[in-house]
Design a protein around this ligand. Structure first.
Ligand code: SF4
Length: 198
């Protein structure tokens, strides 16, 4: 049974699948506790309804979505193998959003790792990840981003820098300039926030 914060059908707003329709399953619980977290209500698992993998897959399948984004919180504090099995059985692609700081479970069609300072990456992600997304709030985060990129052994990984939302006005140009000078990176925008969609 998984503690569910919310689930809904929308467009993926950021990163590699930006603009693509997907069903979001936001699970409760996160031990990472970033200062800039915009989902602080997900840190605890208390008070949320608990749904089975099959119930979650049924809800996602009813939406007509082609894919499901499993996010949090940090979804990997839960064993996600049963959830992936149920989603795949329902014909849905499984995309994971994780900090990469917890043991990997589940079979994934796409893994996006968004590392956080102070939450060391698990070795399993160095080859399993498809996408690296680093949130940039200060100049120091560029060095953190490069440290993260060196961790990944997957040469085909898609590497994104994304301004921390509250710092967008001050850091946007610095991120653009950095990418121009370091073209291994691409820009990720939180388009759902610019468009005020869920
Ligand atoms: S890892 Fe994600 S959910 Fe957890 S505190 Fe950081 S931003 Fe929030």
């Amino acid at each position: 049974m998984y503690p569910l914060v919310e689930d809904f059908y929308s467009l993926q707003g950021e990163g590699f699948h930006s603009g693509m329709p997907a069903y979001f399953i936001r699970l409760a619980g996160c031990p990472v506790r970033c200062a800039f977290c915009d989902s602080k209500q997900t840190w605890t698992t208390e008070g949320y309804p608990r749904l089975s993998a099959q119930a979650l897959a049924d809800r996602a399948a009813r939406s007509g979505a082609p894919a499901v984004v499993v996010t949090g919180g940090e979804p990997l504090i839960h064993d996600l193998t049963p959830l992936c099995e149920a989603l795949h059985a329902a014909g849905l692609a499984c995309w994971l959003e994780t900090s990469g700081s917890q043991p990997l479970s589940g079979q994934w069609d796409w893994i996006c790792v968004s590392p956080k300072p102070g939450a060391p990456l698990q070795a399993a992600f160095s080859r399993a990840a498809n996408e690296l997304k680093v949130v940039v709030a200060t100049e120091a985060d560029f060095a953190f981003a490069e440290t993260c990129r060196r961790f990944f052994q997957n040469d085909g990984i898609h590497a994104f820098l994304q301004c921390e939302w509250s710092q967008s006005d001050t850091m946007r140009q610095a991120v653009i300039d950095y990418i121009l000078q370091h073209p291994a990176w691409r820009l990720s925008l939180q388009t759902h926030k610019y468009l005020a969609i869920r």
